[in-house]
Design a protein around this ligand. Structure first.
Ligand code: SF4
Length: 259
């Protein structure tokens, strides 16, 4: 635990203003075997990070949370990226199948209690996966939404077990334009639904076309909910108002969306 804290302090001093590639290399070297990139295969950010890791020759596995309710295009993109960049993708599934969840909690839980549904299908499996890691790499950016405006490239987080891990956000200071520029330059594949009016993709039943409402618009339409909880369930050191850690229960060859 002390080592993780020291690593974060050290990285913040050494890497102020560093490139995403520099941060990725640091994460891979410092936490070898205990580091992963999480990718939803919804937006382009995770694929940018996977491509950077591939270019740098870094062996960083990819974590994919499969809620069981994702778009067919998302599953297809995951397979395409897996083939193209030969990084191992570890699919993490919820404890309950969709049928078991309906049996235990009733049908269409996402309509009655989306926070509980997200907790069961996203947060719990991710919390479990993070227990095996010291460094979690994400594609979070400050410009994605007000809830992400204070994201730092290197953060220290506490899990439900009390263990501390590094959350590395190499794209924290990149803009949406930066991400799409990189994707276009490297002809990266991306989710084709982003060309069809969607700006952020999650589960089918909780995602709508976005209109002009911003990058996270279209998620949980008609509700105040804007986050699934994946990026709020850990307690960030130095932050106030965190809901706290969760306890574990039982082709840029295409042009890309306008930036
Ligand atoms: S996004 Fe909707 S369906 Fe998916 S886990 Fe959350 S509430 Fe459930």
């Amino acid at each position: 635990m002390g080592d993780v804290r020291a690593a974060v302090r050290n990285a913040r001093e050494r890497f102020s203003g560093a490139s995403p590639e520099t941060l990725l290399r640091w994460g891979a070297d410092t936490f070898s075997g205990r580091v992963a990139i999480s990718c939803s295969f919804g937006g382009p950010g995770g694929i940018v990070l996977i491509h950077m890791a591939h270019r740098l020759g870094l062996s960083i596995p990819v974590l994919f949370i499969d809620t069981g309710y994702l778009f067919p295009e998302t599953y297809r993109l995951k397979e395409e990226v897996e083939r193209a960049f030969s990084l191992p993708v570890r699919t993490v599934a919820p404890r309950l199948s969709p049928e078991e969840q309906a049996e235990q909690y009733g049908p269409r839980l996402w309509e009655r209690d989306p926070d509980l549904c997200c907790s069961l299908r996203k947060v719990e499996p991710m919390a479990k996966a993070l227990e095996g890691l010291d460094c979690w790499i994400t594609s979070l950016r400050r410009d994605q939404s007000p809830t992400r405006a204070s994201v730092e490239p290197v953060e220290l987080h506490r899990l439900g077990s009390g263990r501390e891990i590094v959350k590395l956000n190499p794209l924290a200071y990149w803009t949406r334009k930066d991400v799409w520029r990189y994707a276009a330059e490297h002809r990266l594949p991306y989710n084709p639904l982003l060309d069809q009016g969607y700006s952020s993709l999650g589960c089918v039943q909780c995602t709508a076309r976005a209109g002009d409402g911003g990058e996270r618009a279209g998620r949980w339409p008609g509700r105040a909910k804007t986050e699934c909880g994946l990026h709020t369930f850990t307690e960030r050191a130095g932050s106030r108002g965190s809901p706290g850690p969760v306890e574990l229960g039982g082709s840029a060859s295409r042009a890309g969306p306008p930036s």
